[in-house]
Ligand binder design. Structure first.
Ligand code: AKG
Ligand code: FE2
Length: 513
C-alpha cells in the first residue's frame, strides 16, 4: 500500500522528517562543493606565485636553473593529476541519498489530493486566494505563507478543474509573489513569469475577461504586440477541464451552512436549539442517570446528547483504533465494492477489529449498551462502529446513511434505521456536520452524540431529509465515531412497528460509507 500523506498524521510527521533530512543532505552537498572550491582557489594561488615573481623579467627568470626545472616539472607532471581532480565528481553519496529518498516522496496523486483539499476549503468557505496565500484563512491568521510555486500549483489545479475565476485569482497571487520572492529558486523549479502570465491570460479569457487579459499581455514586455495573437489563439482553443470536481460538489446550501458555523461566523450564529432538556425516560438506566439532550430538529428528529462518552473512554477508542486506521472508502452500489473516492477524505477504522483485545471489546460493548439505553433501540453487540479521523481539508460530501439497495449484508441486518455520531474531540476550525435539507449545522462537541432516524417515524420510508455531510476541516484533526442501528436488530424489541416492506431501491449510483 502506498503511503498516504494527505490524511495520516503519522505520515505527515514522516514527511517533515524527510524534508529535514533532504535539506541537510543538500546543505552538506553544498559544503562539499564549497570545500573543493576552497581547495582549488588555494592551488591557484600557489601556482600563481612563481609567475608573479617572473613578471617583467621573464628571460632572467627562465635562465635561472632552479626556476626552469621547477617550471618544466610542474608543467609536465602536475596538470594531469589536476585534471583528474577537476573531473572527480563532488557529493556523489549525497546525490545518491536524494535519489533514493525521492522514491518515498509524495507523488502526483498526493499533490492532487492536497490541491483538492485546499481548493475545497476555499470553495466551501468562500475565501479569497490572496488572503489564503498570506495565511489568512476564514478570519484566522495562520503562521504559514504560500510561495509563488504554491499559488501556481493551485492555479493550475483550478484551471484543470475548469474553475477559471478561482484559477485567475491564484495565478494573479502567484504573479505578485514572483516579483517579491527570490526568483532564482522558481527559475530552478521551472515556475517562470511567462508560465504564470500565460496561464493567467488563459484563465481570464476562459472566465470572460478578454480585454483584461489582452491589456495584461500587451503591457508585458515579454509579449507586447504578440499579445493580440495570443488572445486570439486562446479564444479559439477553449480549455477542456481534465479534473472532475462536479460529481462531488456538495451544493450551495451545504457550503452556506458550513460557513455559518466556521470560525469567522461562529460568534454570529449558533446552531438553532429547540429545547434543552434531560432524557430520564427512555430506559430504566436513564432514570438513574439522566442525560442532557438538545433537540436540534423535531421533524426529522435530530438530537444531540451531551457527555455520553467520558475522556478515558475516548482515549481508549483512539488507542484501540490507531493500528487499524486506513483511508476510509466509499461504498459504490453499482460496483458492489468499496473504493477511495473524492467524495470522502478521512482515515477510518472499523471497531471491533479481528484483533481487538478483550478489554477493548468490553469498552465497545459498554458503549453499544449505552446507545441502546439512550435511544431505546436495540444495538446488538458485535455490530461494528467506524472511527473516522479527518485531516486538513478532510470532508464527507452529503449522503444518506441508509443504503437503499440490496446487498448480502443488508439482507441479514436490514438497512440502517438510525445513526449515532459520537464526537471524540473539539475541532479548532471547520468540520461541522451539516444537514442541508433541514438547514442544520452541528459543530463538533467532545463527548457528545448526535442521533437521528434515517427512516420516517410514521411510514418507515427512507427520510431524504437526513441528507448530511461533513464540512471540510480547516485545521487540526477531527475525530468522530459512527454507530449505525440496524432494522432487523429491532425485530425482538418491537416486531409490530416494523412491517415487512417491499422497497423500491431508488438509487443505483450513490456514494456510501
Ligand atoms: O463526520 C461527520 O460529521 C459525518 C460522518 C458521517 O456522516 C458518516 O460517517 O456517515
Ligand atoms: Fe453519514
Amino acid at each position: 500500500d502506498r503511503i498516504n500523506y494527505v490524511t495520516s498524521a503519522e505520515e505527515k510527521m514522516n514527511l517533515l522528517q524527510k524534508d529535514r533530512e533532504l535539506i541537510i543532505v543538500l546543505d552538506s552537498y553544498a559544503t562539499e562543493l564549497n570545500d573543493k572550491i576552497i581547495m582549488l582557489k588555494r592551488i591557484v594561488k600557489e601556482l600563481k606565485e612563481p609567475l608573479e615573481k617572473a613578471k617583467n623579467r621573464e628571460e632572467e627568470y627562465l635562465s635561472h636553473p632552479i626556476n626552469r626545472l621547477s617550471l618544466m616539472r610542474q608543467m609536465h607532471e602536475d596538470w594531469e593529476p589536476l585534471e583528474e581532480l577537476l573531473k572527480q565528481p563532488v557529493g556523489q553519496e549525497k546525490l545518491a541519498v536524494i535519489e533514493k529518498t525521492r522514491e518515498e516522496l509524495p507523488v502526483e496523486s498526493d499533490l492532487v489530493e492536497a490541491n483538492q483539499a485546499l481548493f475545497r476549503i476555499v470553495h466551501t468557505y468562500d475565501l479569497e486566494p490572496k488572503d489564503v496565500s498570506t495565511g489568512l484563512v476564514d478570519g484566522v491568521q495562520y503562521s504559514g505563507k504560500m510561495s509563488a510555486g504554491d499559488c501556481f500549483t493551485m492555479g493550475t489545479f483550478s484551471f484543470k478543474a475548469g474553475s477559471y475565476p478561482i484559477a485567475s485569482k491564484w495565478l494573479s497571487a502567484a504573479e505578485d509573489l514572483l516579483v517579491d520572492q527570490p526568483r532564482r529558486y522558481h527559475e530552478v523549479i521551472g515556475v517562470t513569469k511567462a508560465d504564470v502570465t500565460l496561464l493567467l491570460a488563459r484563465s481570464l479569457i476562459a472566465s470572460g475577461n478578454v480585454s483584461i487579459a489582452r491589456e495584461m499581455l500587451i503591457r508585458d514586455s515579454m509579449f507586447g504586440q504578440a499579445g493580440n495573437a495570443l488572445v486570439l489563439h486562446f479564444l479559439r482553443n477553449t480549455p477542456q477541464p481534465s479534473i472532475d470536481l462536479e460529481s462531488c460538489e456538495p451544493g450551495e446550501s451545504f457550503n452556506q451552512l458550513c460557513r455559518s458555523v466556521s470560525r469567522r461566523h461562529a460568534s454570529e450564529s449558533k446552531p438553532s436549539r429547540l429545547h434543552c432538556r434531560y432524557n430520564a425516560t427512555t430506559t430504566p438506566f436513564l432514570r438513574l442517570a439522566p442525560l442532557r439532550m438538545e433537540e436540534l430538529s423535531l421533524d426529522p428528529y435530530v438530537v444531540l446528547y451531551h457527555n455520553v462518552l467520558s475522556d478515558p473512554e475516548i482515549e481508549k477508542l483512539q488507542l484501540m483504533s490507531e493500528p487499524f486506521l486506513e483511508r476510509a472508502k466509499v461504498f459504490r452500489v453499482e460496483k458492489g465494492s468499496d473504493e477511495i473516492g473524492a467524495s470522502r477524505a478521512a482515515d477510518g477504522a472499523w471497531l471491533p477489529h479481528q484483533e481487538t483485545e478483550p478489554e477493548d471489546l468490553e469498552v465497545l460493548n459498554r458503549i453499544g449498551r449505552r446507545i441502546g439505553d439512550i435511544t431505546g433501540l436495540s444495538t446488538r453487540s458485535g455490530r461494528q462502529m467506524q472511527l473516522l479521523k479527518y485531516g486538513f481539508g478532510g470532508h464527507f460530501t452529503p449522503h444518506f446513511d441508509y443504503f437503499d439497495s440490496k446487498t448480502l449484508y443488508l439482507e441479514k441486518v436490514g438497512d440502517r434505521i438510525a445513526t449515532v455520531l459520537f464526537y471524540l474531540n473539539n475541532v479548532e476550525h471547520g468540520g461541522a456536520t451539516v444537514f442541508p435539507s433541514i438547514n442544520l449545522a452541528v459543530p463538533t462537541q467532545k463527548g457528545s452524540a448526535l442521533f437521528w432516524h434515517n427512516l420516517d417515524g410514521q411510514s418507515y420510508d427512507y427520510d431524504t431529509r437526513t441528507f448530511h455531510g461533513a464540512c471540510p476541516l480547516i485545521s487540526g484533526t477531527k475525530l468522530v465515531m459512527t454507530r449505525w442501528i440496524y432494522e432487523l436488530d429491532q425485530m425482538l424489541l418491537m416486531p409490530a412497528v416494523l412491517p415487512p416492506r417491499s422497497r423500491n431501491f431508488s438509487r443505483s449510483l450513490r456514494n456510501q460509507n
